[in-house]
Design a protein. Structure first.
Length: 714
């Protein structure tokens, strides 16, 4: 009896609490593995001496992926492979709509522009980055020095490790910096992609929601040159043999089971102040939501009766919609948990703690008020700054002309003085990326977007006018006047041809400045204002960088705890359990979905239009060894309380033994706020159950050879 009681207490402790924290490599060996629920040791996860699970995890663009065979097969999300599928699709070969299966290796299609990044090692370089910076009082200068030192460290590291790429990541703002060494594989191919109506079943309506019923997965393969070294796409390349690949557990997991994820979460902002959150909540996110909604509506309208245009816009729409809904979730969540008030309370207490002691008060007394002042300043010019920055991002013609102009200016400098995309180590890929963007260029759409931004610039209050736009386009005149200028520019410009751009990359600064191309002329005229904006941002971020470091220092003193650094695109581990939650009063969500839900949700109309064959196969109930005994049918989605964010898409979900049981792809609506604050009661991540993935591959795609390659035991 006593034993049972103790056992229950133990179970309660181990199953009740998930932990906040995306643990970086340096923290993994500090986790109490057994108590957390692992049945493997930390060295089986990361080990510099022998292959470990981390060797199977890759960064794939903005997502994560994992090796699932000895022959370089990679499992990631459908939405992560989406751009590659779109690039390969045409109205005749519509792989987005119909899916794609390579019958054998020679049929695999290049995933254009995709790279696979594998983490090799890490080391702390904070002392080198920060040495003697205290004496530098000018914040813009401070930012420049930090950037330059980082570039020097990277250059040295790459020289010492030929073939590898080095990157220095800021772990704690202004405080700690880590040098990572990476291998990049550059030949990635599509192997299996389900039709969009499976991969994205439920579309935007279901995105960021639970319960989910989509098979958000795709399978790619990484190749290397015949000598085994990373190489660009070439027919004669051979499959990459990873040091480690993940083993599948086709039994999957059930409610309350322990799971953990490895991956490359993008960005979180948990250590920021209330004033930062206020800027996000009242200024930046509402602006972005509104701007993205407008663009999505416009692009959908343009592609409505034209599949070629719809295909061109499909990736952009998808990523805009993803962010737009995420921000709506965050805005709602911020209100619900009243984060600003909570942060302010915490800040008041810490401020009191500072004031209690003379020394502390001298050292930290004005840190918070300075941070707050900067965010207030930022709010005052936000509309001006945001419109100007989206002009160079949302309008392709402007963005292209700007890249050209910047490239000639930056390339004329010494390598280490240049902005990162124009440094020798990145220049080739910057050119390729720029040219690839032209594949999706659609002049009528681009023109419409530019006109709308001009309309918004014309409506700015006098304190935030963008003088140079007023001047170039005569925004004080009736709209027809600027419309005529815009029409003429798109009719005249040669900028949208690849050979023109390729040539222009070799121009001199004078040639660019004397160009008669209207967009290049505009960008040259815009440059002083953009430079001013950049300088102002550098000053602000330099000041915030130094101030945030000091704020974190005193916060840590007060709380007497160590923090986990915010996500920053570097390797992380997070763990938790398969667990339901209550998003609203009287509502409880169970943490597993099944194929029954596909039948219930299916209407036949997009985005709830599962393929007929899938519906028939579900009806036949031939789930074999993949059926869940507990659920009595085939599971589809899983929900768990790990700590994830954007970039964890494609992260493998593993059981206590480190076997693959699912594929992470999303969070619940309430958990979009994770980026600002994580909470055990509402932070839930969403994955596809491995059993659904295997079943789709086997029964729907008929690709038994892939299961064999993955070594799936029946
Ligand atoms: N859907 C996200 C991604 O694309 C995952 C997340 O934000 O939870 O990375």
């Amino acid at each position: 009896m006593r034993f049972i009681f103790v056992f229950w207490i133990f179970l309660l402790i181990t199953t009740l609490f998930a932990e906040e924290g995306m643990f970086p490599l340096s923290e993994i060996n500090k986790i109490n593995m057994k108590q957390a629920g692992f049945e493997i040791s930390s060295t089986e996860i990361f080990n510099t001496e022998a292959p470990s699970l981390s060797d199977a995890i890759v960064k794939l663009g903005g997502c994560t992926g994992s090796f699932i065979s000895d022959e370089g097969l990679i499992l990631t999300n459908h939405h992560c492979a989406f751009r590659a599928v779109q690039q390969a699709s045409s109205p005749e070969h519509d792989y987005l709509k119909d899916g794609f299966l390579a019958g054998n290796r020679s049929e695999e299609i290049e995933a254009k522009g995709y790279t696979v990044r594998i983490t090799q090692s890490y080391s702390d370089v904070s002392a080198r980055v920060l040495s003697h910076l205290d004496t530098v009082k000018n914040f813009a200068r401070r930012t420049q020095i930090i950037k330059k030192r980082i570039k020097e460290i990277v250059k040295q590291a790459e020289a010492a490790h030929p073939g590898m790429r080095a990157e220095v990541s800021e772990m704690f703002t202004g405080q700690s910096y880590v040098l990572f060494l990476y291998t990049y594989l550059k030949d990635v191919r599509m192997v299996y992609v389900p039709p969009r109506s499976i991969g994205e079943f439920g579309g935007d309506i279901d995105n960021w929601e639970w319960p989910r019923h989509n098979g958000d997965f795709s399978i790619l393969r990484a190749y290397v040159g015949p000598d085994g070294k990373p190489a660009d796409y070439a027919k004669e390349n051979i499959p990459y043999h990873p040091k480690k690949y993940l083993r599948v557990n086709p039994q999957g997991v059930d409610e309350n089971d322990f799971v953990f994820l490895l991956g490359y979460p993008g960005r979180t902002y948990r250590h920021r102040t209330a004033s930062f959150i206020r800027y996000q909540e009242s200024v930046r996110m509402p602006f972005v939501v509104d701007w993205y909604q407008w663009q999505i509506r416009t692009m959908l309208e343009m592609g409505k009766d034209n599949r070629a245009v719809a295909l061109k816009y499909s990736s952009t729409i998808k990523s805009l919609a993803n962010t737009e809904k995420n921000y709506r979730g965050k805005l709602q969540g911020l209100k619900r948990i009243n984060l600003i008030a909570k942060k302010q309370q915490e800040e008041t207490v810490i401020q009191q703690f500072i004031q209690e002691n003379l020394q502390r008060s001298k050292q930290y007394g004005n840190v918070l008020s300075e941070i707050n002042r900067i965010y207030r300043e930022q709010e005052n010019t936000a509309q001006h700054d945001l419109i100007l920055s989206y002009l160079t991002r949302s309008v392709n013609a402007v963005s292209l002309a700007r890249t050209l102009y910047k490239s000639v200016q930056e390339r004329a400098k010494a390598d280490l003085e240049r902005e990162s995309p124009y440094m020798d180590r990145n220049w080739q890929s910057t050119q390729k990326r720029t040219l690839r963007r032209l594949d999706n260029f659609y002049a009528p759409g681009d023109k419409t977007i530019l006109m709308e931004l001009l309309r918004r610039a014309a409506a700015l209050p006098s304190t935030q006018r963008i003088a140079v736009l007023d001047r170039i386009f005569s925004l004080d005149q009736p709209e027809s006047v600027w419309q005529a200028k815009v029409e003429q520019a798109y009719a005249e410009s040669e900028l949208f041809g690849k050979s023109f751009v390729r040539n222009a990359f070799n121009w001199t600064q004078e040639e660019v400045e004397e160009s008669t191309d209207p967009f290049i002329k505009w960008v040259v005229a815009l440059e002083p204002e953009l430079k001013e904006l950049k300088k102002q941002n550098e000053e602000r971020s330099g000041a915030l960088n130094a101030l945030s470091a000091r704020w974190a220092e005193v916060k840590r003193m007060y709380q007497k705890t160590a923090f986990i650094p915010d996500a920053n695109g570097t390797f992380r581990l997070t763990y938790g359990h398969i667990r339901g939650y209550s998003p609203a009063d009287a509502v409880y969500h169970f943490p597993q979905t099944t194929v029954r839900g596909i039948l219930q949700k299916n209407t036949g109309a997009e985005p709830f239009n599962a393929p007929d064959r899938l519906l028939r196969l579900i009806g036949e109930k031939d789930f074999g060894f993949l059926a869940s005994k507990k659920l009595g049918t085939l599971p589809v989605g899983i929900l768990y309380d790990t700590d994830t964010t954007g970039g964890n898409s494609g992260s493998p979900v593993m059981d206590a033994k480190g076997r693959l049981v699912g594929l992470n792809f999303d969070r619940s609506f309430e958990a979009t706020i994770n980026d600002f604050a994580w909470n055990e009661s509402y932070s839930r991540s969403i994955g596809v159950d491995i059993r659904y993935i295997l079943w789709v591959i086997q029964k729907y795609a008929g690709a038994d050879y892939l299961l064999e390659e993955m070594g799936v035991q029946r």
